[in-house]
Design a protein around this ligand. Sequence first.
Ligand code: SF4
Length: 432
Amino acid sequence: MCGILALYTPSTQTLSPFVEALSELQHRGYESYGIVHKLFSKEPTLTVTEGKVSGKTVNQNILYNLAIGHVRYSTVNKSDHVEAQPIKGSNYYLVHNGNLPLFNTKHTGLDTYHIVKKLDQQIQSNTIEGGLIHLINTLPGVYCLIVLYNDALYVCRDKFGIRPLLIATYEDKSKMIASETVAFSPGYTHLFEVKAGSILRVANDIQVIHQATPLPKEIFCSFEIIYFMHHLSKVGDHSVSELRYRLGELLASSEPSTPSSDSIVVAMPNTAIPGAQGYANTLRLPYFPYITKAKAADRTFILPDNKQRIAACKRKFIFNEQLKDKVVYVVDDSIVRGNTLAITIKQLREIPVKEIHLRITSPPVISSCYYGIDIPTYQELVAHKKDVPEICTYLNADSLSYLSINQLKMALGNNICTACFDDKHHNVLLDW
Ligand code: SF4
């Protein structure tokens, strides 16, 4: 999972709003970031930098008409500066969000290079448009691509539409393309989702170059909504916050216990806050933000190795003293490895609280993801080998309950991927 961004503007601009918009996608990865920008009819300039987006390595006063950007989170290879994007092809630059499952089962190395290689081969005897059409019709996998070619942007989304990609326009005919709506600068309207299987040319106008034969249904990654996306981003007509709130309401509707009158609800910050509020309001329990994130804490899930994740977990949260002697319902969005919750429960016991009841607004994660989220091995998943009571004991909670897959579909619709919850992977992604 990464974040991608592009901007086409007929009136020359400075780069600073673009850098700002790219930083809005920071939660999608902060191992490295890169930007390519150019003025009309001029050569492009590439900058890639390790770490978080900052204006320090890019001259933000530079003028440009076209830019593409990328924030990186490695899913198949460890973090490596040389794999930062955008990547240069024969006569274009490209950014990619997604994963090629078939390629990754047979090869090492960054799958984006495979995309560039395939596109380069085609371009030798074809146009960029023909090359992209060939790509989408022959390359199985998960990919949102933006290509900067001459004075236009090409946008391509695979046939399943697992990862998000949207376009918005400005009154001066500027167009912004982003992984999430939170990146769109103020004033951008006419927002629409790039259709799965489509290739668009974005310049003064937006042209549909190709619409691939639709697959039986689009499958959007449910984990994007559960955890990854920014709470202010929108999916369809709803904000991610609203959808997470709904997950909390549904979880409360199947609450297995009768909470005592001294019970309170807290959230694992920040992703689980709307879910905890939905859960608390439905059960008429008080919600308090008694666990807060330390200022410097990063998202531990997207750190590149387990040692770094555990060290980061220990200094990640601040606990309010009001938690002392309370019956606490702790709502979290998911349990993947269980590192964060195990450490948090230990810290809550030290306060001490009276009881700890864990409530999770997603089903148990029992399987790896091959479609661009870093859930790499079954062995790392606490729910792969353990059932719910065993996980409860392992985490040292007093009780534990999860949302069901049916409830997840009730909240998010049927066109979602649930493969990491039911282990039913989409074989068509390996061969179309
Ligand atoms: Fe998303 Fe899970 Fe499907 Fe991967 S397997 S795309 S994380 S829902």
